[in-house]
Design a protein around this ligand. Structure first.
Ligand SMILES: Nc1ncnc2c1ncn2[C@@H]1O[C@H](COP(=O)(O)OP(=O)(O)OP(=O)(O)O)[C@@H](O)[C@H]1O
Length: 372
């Protein structure tokens, strides 16, 4: 079942907008993540889709029919909450079958559906236990089983893994993804965790400052972020964002002074910009004669080092270095201009991915030069 959000907006007090102009179409069978920082309105949007709170303006359609004014029970969807919302006095089986019983479904049919759902999430052995007798991961699975048993084709999940430890979160991520695929669910998944969104979703909607910043596949969002907010929200460690200035240069040579200089393959008007560089895109050369930076801190992460570097102009950058690197604190190094970088205008809007880009085959007479 597809879901369409048409110009949806929300205000709680008729004064300030929590969300505005939210437009998107979620396709049948899609795993769609809604991501953004705390307080950006993710849960509000999900609750409006569920019908738990009213939509202030705009229209919500499921399979091309408006459901904006329908109660939750008529929207053919189910929801998994952050705290799982299990009844403590009911055992696992009764929790999973609760909604079906409330819908007055035939008892034999309920038993069959519950048994199937519990088998799918591997909980048959603990079906007589109360929620307090389960681990966090098992409680999470009961909530999943309840969603599965409802047989709704749309499932909404609000930070369902945030109460679990890192190891279990990793395991549950792939279990949820696998279930979603197997059952052909249209799944809308709210999280503030960019890694969760990147690893699970077919497409991601990034929310910030009341608005949609970008909708795209994980690869599109990572490689072609629409703006500097999206660029720095995704990726670990965070993308470096350096203030830059574009100057006219002469004789096709590039302005190097004082630090890194970035050749732009097309003309840019003179002015202020930001250069975005992933920490993995830098290379460091331990070459004291041409050094342009100093190592200020080194973090060992097992597979790589994160090296915190200060360029001689005072700009601070994060560099991901291979674990074989032998670098030491306060060492003078040469940071080379990376080939792979993004350019944003002064307001943070992406101008272009620069890797391999060449407009009209022309050599540029401009360079974007980092400034502090
Ligand atoms: N019932 C309410 N009345 C008034 N304001 C509310 C209400 N619920 C949420 N808000 C406000 O709406 C904004 C968005 O809240 P929401 O819970 O949707 O954000 P979120 O992105 O899900 O945050 P988090 O990741 O921290 O859960 C916040 O500023 C919050 O204070």
């Amino acid at each position: 079942m597809s879901i369409e959000l048409k110009n949806i907006a929300k205000t709680y007090d008729n004064n300030s907008w929590i969300l505005k102009g939210i437009n998107t179409r979620i396709k049948t069978g899609e795993f769609f993540a809604i991501v953004g920082p705390s307080g950006c309105g993710k849960s509000t949007l999900l609750r409006m889709i569920a019908g738990l709170i009213p939509i202030s303006s705009g229209d919500l359609q499921i399979d091309n029919h408006s459901v904006t004014n329908l109660p939750p029970c008529d929207r053919n969807l189910t929801m998994v909450f952050q705290d799982y919302a299990l009844f403590p006095f009911l055992d696992v089986e009764a929790n999973v079958g609760f909604g079906l019983k409330a819908r007055k479904m035939d008892v034999v049919k309920i038993e069959e559906r519950v048994a199937n759902a519990l088998a799918l999430v591997d909980l048959t052995a603990v079906k007589k236990r109360k929620p307090r007798e389960l681990s966090g991961g098992q409680r999470q699975r009961v909530a999943l089983a309840r969603a599965i048993a409802s047989d709704a084709k749309i499932c909404l999940m609000d930070e369902p893994l945030s109460n679990l430890d890192a190891q279990l979160r990793g395991k549950m991520r792939s279990e949820i993804r696998e279930l979603q695929q197997r059952l052909g669910l249209t799944l809308i998944y709210v999280t503030h965790d960019q890694i969760e969104a990147m690893t699970m979703a077919d497409r991601i909607m990034v929310l910030n400052e009341q608005q949609v910043q970008q909708v795209g596949s994980p690869a599109e969002i990572y490689q072609y972020p629409a703006n500097s907010f999206v660029a720095t929200f995704f990726g670990t460690p965070r993308m470096n964002l350096l203030k830059a200035h574009c100057t006219q240069i002469h004789n096709h040579s590039l302005v190097i002074d004082p630090q890194l200089s970035f050749p732009t393959p097309f003309d840019l008007p003179a002015g202020d910009y930001f250069i975005g560089i992933r920490p993995q895109s830098f290379t460091i050369v331990a070459q004291i004669s041409k050094a342009n930076a100093t190592i200020k801190n080194i973090e060992y992460l097992g597979t790589e080092f994160i090296v915190y570097v200060e360029l001689d102009n005072g700009a601070k950058i994060r560099i991901a270095a291979a674990k074989q690197s032998s670098l030491s604190l306060n060492e003078r190094i040469l940071v080379k201009t990376p080939e792979d970088f993004l350019i944003f205008d002064h307001a943070g809007r992406a101008i272009s991915s620069m890797k391999g880009t060449q407009k009209n085959g022309r050599t540029t007479k401009q360079a974007v030069q980092t400034a502090q």
